[in-house]
Design a protein around this ligand. Structure first.
Ligand code: AHR
Length: 481
């Protein structure tokens, strides 16, 4: 049977922010992964490593969430401004109890964004911070005129204010961000967000702390009490290979864990559907965005590394998780306005891994590369054949059609055919990421074992596309109109 691609039907826009990243002061994400300091032998631009910036630019990173995570509710932003050598040294109690020298702070974050061409998602501190502290941070970052905070920013070398597109009011306030009850947090949210002012014409999009996984009561209470005061509300869901045992290995896992991790990732669809239904009660026009600002595989750390650093390898199985989850976000594009995979470098399901001056791109990175054509594209509806281990997504942008397909079977090739309706093509190009074993991955000695390659196993004729995908692969065919 052929899949009908309804190219004539209007669909929602897939926000580019669904391709957002998350960079926390955790393990070697910021320090080593992003920041090496100006005196480092690793090529850098004012302390930010250039290989990482170049790689991330190629996947069009639209937004970066910072400084946490759990770290956000312990972060006091004034510790991270002014001359670097004078900055306060603190203990990162959440993540390995290591010393944090605060060399990467607000100015360095905005410099990173400048280099990437990305927007800011700053997460404020509700758990251990004051309303005044939050208000002053927003003033410091965004106010152009004369004021105590704007003047302080200028003294610290940034004459111009920055654009803070998104601001999170607390993180995981039900857990590491203060162990609050939803009713209490909802009231605190109303109070704190009052002082997240718009100092310019550019509205700061305010994000409330939403539920963990399937905590539907949290969503219900926070929406009931605070919906009119927010632009977005977050959701966190990590894919686990086992819900009952400790974190499972990222490499050398049995086949059942291929399937259990993917099944856990696919739960995202049910979570978004159910949370969205609750949101509809208080926000029927879907004004409030669901912001999945932490998602990805959470596996065991690499042997010999600090358990608090969450440094895990990344395989073709994680590429499946990325592809399937991004497809889910596309299908919920009317409600999901931003998502931030955890995390950008060296932590959890990372895009990039570094070791000293070396850097590798993970299979997940390559999926983000294959999927960049969907950023800000219009979702195209389809109907027809469904196969157990195959999932696909179609979008339209600038007169072109992008079709991404994931075959998550471990041993069977799959063929699909698409009827492109009235869409006529001029040319096409395809790319694929595939693994030969379930834990195929890149290492510092074999950097391109799992990499983006040209994909030719398709046939495009008379408004009809047929594709054959090997097992354990993701491909995109870009059809030019
Ligand atoms: O991404 C790692 C941690 O997971 C974050 O700091 C926290 O918000 C979540 O529990």
């Amino acid at each position: 049977m052929t899949i009908k691609v309804l190219t004539g039907k209007k669909g929602p826009q897939i926000s580019k922010y669904i391709y957002g990243q998350f960079a926390e002061h955790l393990g070697r994400c910021i320090y080593e992964g992003v920041w090496v300091g100006e005196d480092s032998d690793i090529p850098n631009n004012k302390g930010i490593r250039l290989d990482v910036v170049e790689a991330l630019k190629d996947i069009n990173v639209p937004v970066v969430r910072w400084p946490g995570g759990c770290f956000a509710d312990e972060y006091h932003w004034k510790d991270g401004i002014g001359s670097q050598i004078d900055r306060k040294t603190i203990v990162n109690t959440h993540w390995g109890g290591v010393v944090e020298n605060n060399h990467f702070g607000t100015h360095e974050f905005f410099h990173l964004l400048d280099l990437l061409g990305a927007d800011a998602y700053v997460n404020g501190n509700v758990g251990s911070g004051t309303v005044q502290e939050m208000q002053e941070w927003v003033e410091y970052m965004t106010f152009e005129g004369e004021s105590p905070m704007a003047n302080l920013r200028k003294e610290n070398g940034s004459e111009k204010a920055w654009d803070v597109k998104f601001f999170g009011v607390g993180n995981e306030s039900w857990g590491c961000g203060g162990n609050m009850r939803p009713e209490y947090y909802a009231d605190l949210y109303r109070r704190y967000q009052t002082y997240v002012r718009d100092y310019t014409d550019q509205h700061v999009y305010k994000i409330a702390c939403g539920p963990n996984i399937d905590d539907y009561n949290w969503m219900e209470q926070v929406m009931k009490i605070a919906a009119p005061f927010m632009d977005g509300i977050s959701l966190h869901h990590y894919a686990l290979a086992s819900e009952w045992e400790d974190k499972r290995p990222a490499l050398g896992f049995p086949e059942k864990e291929w399937h259990s991790l993917i099944e856990s990732a696919l739960k995202m669809d049910e979570l978004i559907t159910k949370h969205s239904t609750i949101m509809d009660k208080y926000d029927p026009d879907k004004r409030v965005g669901l912001i999945v600002d932490e998602w990805g595989s959470w596996l065991d750390v690499e042997k010999g590394t600090n358990p608090g650093f969450l440094y895990q390898q990344n395989t073709i199985r994680d590429a499946m998780v990325a592809s399937l989850t991004l497809n889910i976000f596309h299908r919920h594009a009317d409600r999901v306005r931003m998502a931030n995979i955890a995390q950008m470098v060296n932590v959890l399901q990372a895009m990039l891994l570094t070791e000293g001056e070396k850097m590798i791109k993970t299979p997940t990175y390559h999926v983000f590369d294959l999927y960049k054509y969907h950023q800000d594209a219009e979702l195209v509806d389809t109907y027809g054949e469904s196969k157990t281990f195959v999932d696909y997504t179609v979008s339209k942008k600038d007169g072109n059609l992008a079709i991404s397909i994931c075959n998550y079977s471990v041993d069977t090739s799959e063929s699909l055919s698409f009827d492109l309706n009235e869409f006529t093509h001029t040319s096409a190009e395809g790319w694929i990421v595939a693994g030969d074993v379930m834990d195929a991955h890149n290492s510092f000695d074999d950097t391109d074992k799992v990499a983006k390659k040209a994909f030719k196993d398709y046939n495009l004729e008379d408004r009809h596309l047929s594709v054959t995908l090997p097992p354990m692969s993701v491909a995109t065919v870009l059809i030019k109109g």
